[in-house]
Design a protein around this ligand. Structure first.
Ligand code: GLY
Length: 304
């Protein structure tokens, strides 16, 4: 099978002055992960590795650089899914971890539970030896300044799907030499979210989905609405019905927009190894390894 890798770094009206950082970030995730896939790494290893690079990059709303919630704290959600077995691991509302995606993977491999939240997820991460960082290690000046700006703004609505609000969730989808698919997604959620609020990203079928028999997908955007249409599963369902990845991605975003007036984006790879991406926000940062040019292709608008 052909090996494939596609990543995203959020879908929203990315300001012009942040475009370069987004393009650099998604490009780095592909370029640093692709050699692993070429050497025979599993799709699961590849998506975890790519998402770890994005989590460490303060450009994005995941790991370092995440939004602050309404009480000025960072709470993170992540999931990973293996298309061979439909196994997944998911954690939500965890703090002080740079790489929630790796905790989700460890949880998946523990085989006892699939999803842990809050203090239980935190205790699991601690038991498994994940480094607990001081809160300031994940905090950026950009997000602190944004929080100061919105924390007393009575017009700010964290649930408004049409507000010009940022959303830099990250994700990756890969196919390995064995034709196996995997997907992973990681986020700090939405700005000034209620403590304990969980969005789409750690919900299987909403934030990510992977099934070798049809495809794999990772989503980004306003989680409250993405959950309603289980966007990642909706896209892979279209792939199962015979649509190619690009058509399936477009169908998924059409359903998100028409049924629930949602805003977001999706990346996907179908079982034949074709890429697809679609979004109905002004921009989405994404990058993939182009097998024809043998280079990473990164873009932020459909016309770039
Ligand atoms: N898509 C990320 C969130 O809404 O939490």
């Amino acid at each position: 099978m052909p090996i494939r890798l596609i990543v995203h770094g959020g879908a929203w009206d990315i300001p012009a002055e942040q475009e370069d950082a987004h393009l650099r970030g998604v490009t780095a995730a592909v370029q640093n992960t692709w050699p692993m896939l070429q050497k025979g790494a599993s799709a699961l290893d590849a998506v975890e590795h790519a998402v770890r690079i994005l989590e460490a990059d303060p450009t994005f709303d995941s790991g370092r650089g995440a939004f602050l919630n309404s009480i000025g704290e960072i709470e993170l959600d992540a999931m990973i899914m293996d298309g061979r077995s439909l196994d997944f691991g998911s954690i939500a509302a965890v703090q002080n971890l740079l790489h929630p995606v790796s905790v989700a993977r460890r949880l998946m491999e523990s085989r006892e539970f699939r999803m842990l939240v809050g203090s239980g997820a935190q205790a699991f991460a601690e038991r498994e030896g994940f480094t607990q960082l001081p809160p300031e290690a994940l905090l950026t000046e950009r997000e602190l300044a944004y929080f100061e700006q919105i924390k007393h703004d009575s017009n700010f609505r964290s649930h408004d799907p049409f507000g010009p609000l940022p959303g830099d969730t990250v994700g990756a989808v890969a196919m390995d030499q064995g034709g196996n698919l995997a997907a992973a997604t990681s986020t700090g959620g939405t700005p000034r979210k209620w403590p304990g609020r969980v969005g789409d990203s750690p919900i299987p079928g909403a934030g990510a989905y992977a099934d070798n028999s049809c495809g794999a997908a990772s989503t980004t955007g306003w989680g409250e609405n993405i959950m309603k249409v289980l966007l990642a599963k909706t896209v892979t369902d279209w792939e199962e019905r015979g649509q190619n990845a690009q058509k399936a991605a477009q169908k998924g975003i059409q359903i998100l927009a028409e049924k629930v007036k949602g805003l977001g984006g999706v990346i996907t790879i179908d079982a034949q190894g074709q890429y697809g991406w679609a979004y109905n926000t002004p921009k989405m940062a994404y990058a993939y390894w182009n097998p024809e040019t043998k280079h990473t292709h990164a873009a932020i608008k459909l016309d770039t």
